[in-house]
Design a protein around this ligand. Structure first.
Ligand code: GLU
Length: 402
């Protein structure tokens, strides 16, 4: 029997695969620590959990409108107004089952077979696959470390063909933590406007920005050509609740609603009730607490990593990842095996040092690894110790492979 050609070419999520491998090792009693998957280690805030419990007790357990409860659409619009001074109403917002789902809906709404989507690398692992699921063609554009791995207007313009339909802007970026400035977004928006290209703006890490850097959205410059995609998974430690949303023109929102009405209907009514609470001003304190703690870990980890010889990283302005240059370790032999690339390095680190990191290959840029600091400070300190031991003693340690 012939199966779907398109979907046979879709690979599974490597970040989720690494997390599954880590969990399996843990179950076998191995002493491993995960800095792999990007999942806040905090519990969902108590008031948000209570809102979910209340929703069950009050019978909010039936279908909701496909786009989500009106109240939820309002509080999302209110946040977009508060954070970005963007004006959206219920005609523009569609709530879905997580940001990944919202991204899929967004691409399904705008792409036709053969349409190209520009994806600046390093990119989040699921972008190319989601584009392919939606019949598009991912076009990977390498960015430079000198520009903090942010695509420039010139790089963007040079990658445009007659088939280019959209560009993905992910700020703060997973995996680099880089944050685009308002000026950078304006120059990218000018190119998009000139060539009539959509921007898919993934802003799921928008609440986690450090220093004096400000969150900005490309929608400010091209509101009709932008689809903002975000959710509560990261901002409110709600990965399991599965709530994401799109903010777009009413026309695109209608297409997304139609698609979703035939695929998943509405997002869970209980999760939606919890998300209403999450988007309220009263929950801002919990987000700020997490941000402060992430910042503390970020500062410690950047410093600690740059003390280890052969590796380096810049202090990112956002998200909760470090993008670590490991090129200085490649070609060396650790624990009896010569490490050719960052993929093999991560395998060896998991096996010999008990730490799970994600290789740069998964994000389209070898020679780097992603370290998620959405892990306790105690584990981060242990992780640094283990990595230091691996780098300083691993080379001398020979393991006899039988
Ligand atoms: N977005 C997170 C990450 O990059 C969660 C895992 C996933 O959905 O890929 O680790």
């Amino acid at each position: 029997m012939i199966l779907s050609r398109k979907n046979s070419a879709i690979s599974s999520s490597p970040t989720l695969a690494i997390d599954a491998k880590f969990k399996a090792m843990k179950e076998q009693g191995k002493d491993v620590i995960s800095f792999g998957v990007g999942e806040p280690d905090f519990d969902t805030p108590q008031n948000v959990k209570q809102a979910g419990i209340d929703a069950i007790n009050q019978g909010w357990t039936k279908y909701t409108p496909t786009r989500g409860f009106l109240k939820l659409q309002y509080v999302i619009a209110a946040q977009l107004m508060r954070d970005d001074r963007m004006v959206y109403d219920e005609g523009n917002i569609v709530v879905s089952n997580g940001t990944k789902h919202s991204l899929t809906n967004a691409f399904m709404a705008i792409l036709n077979p053969g349409d190209e989507v520009i994806i600046p690398a390093p990119y989040w692992v699921s972008y190319p696959e989601i584009v392919k699921i939606a019949d598009g063609t991912p076009v990977i554009v390498q960015t430079s470390e000198a520009n903090d791995f942010k695509i420039t207007a010139a790089e963007f313009e040079n990658s445009i063909t007659a088939n280019t339909k959209a560009i993905i802007i992910n700020s703060p970026c997973n995996p680099t933590g880089a944050v685009y400035t308002l000026e950078e977004l304006e120059s990218l928006a000018n190119v998009a406007k000139k060539h009539k290209i959509f921007a898919i703006s993934d802003e799921v890490y928008g609440q986690f920005i450090y220093n004096d850097v400000k969150h900005a959205t490309i929608a400010k410059f091209i509101p009709y050509e932008t689809i903002i995609v975000s959710g509560v998974s990261k901002s409110h430690a709600m990965t399991g609740w599965r709530i994401g949303y799109t903010a777009s023109t009413a026309e695109i929102a209608q297409i997304i609603e139609n698609i979703q009405s035939h695929t998943t209907s509405n997002a869970s009514s209980i999760s939606q009730a919890a998300a209403i609470e999450a988007f309220r001003r009263s929950s801002l304190g919990s987000v700020e607490q997490m941000r402060t703690e992430f910042n503390r870990r970020r500062l410690y980890l950047v410093d600690a990593i740059n003390k280890i010889s052969g590796i380096s990283c810049k202090a990112p302005d956002g998200a909760f990842y470090l993008w670590v240059n490991v090129k200085g370790l490649l070609g060396n032999t650790y624990y009896g095996s010569t490490i050719a690339n960052s993929y093999e390095l991560c395998e060896s680190l998991l096996e010999n040092a008990g730490i799970a990191l994600v290789p740069g290959e998964c994000f389209g840029v070898p020679g780097y690894v992603r370290w998620s600091y959405a892990a306790s400070m105690e584990n981060i300190e242990k992780g640094v110790e283990r990595l230091t031991t691996f780098v300083t003693h691993g080379e001398k340690t020979f393991v006899a492979h039988i």
